[in-house]
Design a protein around this ligand. Sequence first.
Ligand code: RB5
Length: 150
Amino acid sequence: MKIGLGCDHGGYNLKEEIKKHLEVRGIEFIDYGTRNGIDSVDYPIYGEKVANAVISKEVDYGIVCCGTGIGISLAANKVSGIRCAVVSDTFSAKMSKAHNNANMLSLGERVLGRGLALEIVDAWINTEFEGDRHSRRVDMIKEIEARHSK
Ligand code: RB5
């Protein structure tokens, strides 16, 4: 499994913590920036970069961080085929994969402590999509996307 990582300045420290955590777990990743937490940057740039990497299959999944996790997820979700879930608890992390087949996870550095954030990452990575009736619903989301992309 290879994971694409991205953040703005508000999510930089958390992205760095996630990198260390993935290294320890032996999970491959590509870092799409930003490269420091000092210079103010625009979160849509990094949301789109990671989303493009997921859609082009350069990586299998994406994890993005900003101050709240909201802005960068909104940007990522504008890329067709992306289902990016903003999550602040481990139950939602599991469900976002098991039921919604989320291919991206978004976390807020200013919302979560490091310990909880890394537990959320683990819960999300370790959960598989359950398919069955959930596939039909995910397909319905894709249909909405197709109808509105004309
Ligand atoms: C940056 O100050 C902040 O707005 C951003 O990181 C994020 O929280 C936006 O949703």
